[in-house]
Design a protein around this ligand. Structure first.
Ligand SMILES: Nc1ncnc2c1ncn2[C@@H]1O[C@H](COP(=O)(O)OP(=O)(O)OP(=O)(O)O)[C@@H](O)[C@H]1O
Ligand SMILES: [Mg+2]
Length: 489
């Protein structure tokens, strides 16, 4: 029953207000009684003194009984709630007007008497009630003196018998009843307001809980149907914002995970396809040679063997590239960075391809700034980047074309651009050229050495150097690949 936060809060509120109500009633009772006593004592403080002034209650021969009787009678008539006693200097009751048997104690304590005789005393002061051994009541007192000698006290109990319990007290007073009802009404109103407020506050939590439950029920796939309040700044709003962000992240991660899974599957399919093609070709030629070897001319045998070797080479390249990429992917391979002249490296690689380029009728141009910049990078890896980019550029550039290698610097980095005047890449294919095993469809795989891994390797190497590669290409006009590297300081 108390499983909801709201129910628990409501119970706490209920107990709190109940306690508060009882506390209020007790305080009201205490204050009203004490106030009544204070007022009564303040108003009648001098009553005893008046009696003493008007009557000579103790004479030379002891208590003046007739005078006392007169006082008792007079007081009874004026206010029956008032009781007058005559005390001796030690507090012993000498005379009273009570019916026989009503007075329960022989004397009263003098400490409150003395306290009240002090004019600066704080009221109310309660004195012993002669009619009740346990009771204490407000009183008025005045010393009776004769020829400068203290002969006793007139002790006046001011309120008659009082109501002892709260219910009686309330029943006896319209104003107190009204006050009590007002308190109850106020408390009830506050309680209702509190319950309403808690309801409003917990409502957002309830909404969020059901939204999160729905999110879980959707196998963490459907976006959370509960938006954080844009202007909200309290803890619940912050929680909602965080939960929202978390759920979005979970959805995103799961989607990425699924994507990676599909990609991995495609990759495996591509790899096996790319490996199988040269392998089965090689197998075919070798089998033919084995079966029909005798009936073939030496020339034919040689051609068959050469073809098989070509496929074998292609297989080697493919496996080599795959191994290289796998190494780059594993966390063990980190670039061994050292400062070196990027211009020199670029020219070295260009030189290596000079002959091949000339054979194809393509010119390699290098464009260097005077101060050959030093970069902090892994020499072997960057050399690989140049090789792959230049190889591509040469492969896709027709006779008479130009491959241009250019270096430019700004204050912190060196920009490298490898451009060609080749076939270019169509905009539809451009987004995929860095993907693994993506290569041009125009050359049949068994004819080309292409594995579709060159640019993936380039991209990975630059990633390891904290850089990225970008490409601009225009079909039939040319392609430019560019990246940058940090300068050595
Ligand atoms: N300079 C370029 N001009 C035109 N097309 C290019 C150029 N460079 C890359 N491409 C296109 O991008 C594809 C992917 O290039 P990538 O270097 O990754 O693979 P590849 O050259 O086909 O094979 P590999 O480099 O593994 O031998 C190429 O097949 C080609 O279609
Ligand atoms: Mg390539």
């Amino acid at each position: 029953m108390l499983s909801t936060l709201y129910a628990r809060l409501a119970l706490v509120l209920l107990v709190l207000f109940f306690g508060l109500g009882i506390g209020f009633l007790l305080i009201t009772r205490f204050v009203s009684t004490t106030y009544q006593q204070e007022v009564s004592q303040k108003m009648n403080r001098d009553l005893a003194a008046h009696i003493v002034a008007e009557h000579r209650l103790i004479g030379n021969d002891g208590v003046n009984r007739p005078a006392l009787q007169e006082v008792f009678h007079y007081m009874m008539v004026v206010n029956p709630a008032i009781e007058v006693y005559l005390l001796d200097p030690e507090g012993l009751i000498l005379a009273d007007a009570a019916p026989p048997g009503k007075v329960k104690r022989p004397d009263v304590s003098l400490a409150p008497v003395r306290a009240l005789l002090n004019p600066t005393a704080r009221l109310p002061i309660l004195g012993d009630d002669p009619r009740n051994p346990e009771g204490r009541k407000v009183f008025s007192v005045a010393p009776v003196e004769d020829a400068g000698r203290l002969r006793g006290y007139v002790y006046v109990i001011l309120s008659g018998e009082t109501q002892e319990n709260t219910a009686e007290l309330l029943r006896g007073s319209y104003i107190l009843q009204l006050g009590a009802w007002a308190i109850v009404a106020c408390l009830l109103f506050a309680l209702l307001a509190g319950l309403l407020l808690f309801g409003l506050l917990t409502r957002r939590l309830r909404h969020m809980t059901s939204a999160v439950a729905a999110f879980e029920a959707s196998k963490l796939a459907a976006p959370l149907a509960f938006l954080p309040h844009p202007a909200g700044r309290d803890e619940i709003d912050r929680l909602v914002t965080i939960v929202h962000a978390m759920s979005a992240r979970i959805i995103d991660q799961l989607r990425k995970l699924a994507q990676t899974d599909t990609m991995r599957r495609e990759l495996v399919a591509n790899v096996s396809h790319d490996l199988r093609t040269p392998l089965s070709a090689m197998q075919g030629y070798l089998e033919t040679l084995l079966i029909k070897g005798d009936s073939l001319t030496v020339e034919e045998q040689r051609r068959y063997l050469e073809t098989a070797k070509r496929h074998c080479d292609r297989l080697e390249v493919l496996v080599g590239h795959m191994f290289e990429l796998a190494k780059l992917d594993s966390r063990e391979t980190l670039p061994q960075c050292e400062p070196h002249s990027l211009g020199e490296l670029m020219q070295d690689v260009a030189q290596k391809y000079e002959l091949y380029a000339r054979e194809r009728g393509v010119r390699i141009e290098t464009e260097l700034q005077h101060d050959a910049p030093f970069v902090n990078a892994d020499i072997a890896m960057i050399e690989r980047v140049f090789e792959n980019l230049i190889e591509n550029a040469l492969r896709y550039t027709q006779e008479g074309g130009v491959v241009r290698l250019a270096l430019g610097t700004d204050r912190r980095r060196v920009q490298v651009a490898v451009s060609d005047t080749g076939s270019g890449i169509s905009p539809e294919r451009l987004p995929y050229i860095f993907d693994r095993f993506y290569h041009s469809e125009d050359t049949p795989p068994e004819k080309s050495r292409s594995a579709g891994l060159g640019l993936a390797i380039v991209k990975r190497i630059l990633e390891l150097h904290g850089s990225a590669i970008s490409v601009v290409s225009k079909p039939a006009a040319g392609t430019t690949f560019s990246f940058d590297l940090p300068l050595t300081r």
